[in-house]
Design a protein around this ligand. Structure first.
Ligand SMILES: [Zn+2]
Length: 49
């Protein structure tokens, strides 16, 4: 399982929506979460660290 960085939900990599940012692949539960992430990736990545 991977974690959706936007809503913090666990998502199945085989079914999740993928996006690449800065050489890393991120997984999302829904298109809306992916859009939010790509609009402002730093905001969501900071919250994880
Ligand atoms: Zn999500």
């Amino acid at each position: 399982m991977a974690k959706d960085p936007v809503c913090q939900m666990n998502v199945d990599e085989t079914k999740a929506i993928k996006a690449e940012h800065d050489g890393q692949t991120y997984y999302f539960c829904a298109q809306g979460c992916k859009d939010r992430f790509l609009n402002d990736p730093e905001r969501y990545l900071k919250r994880n660290s």
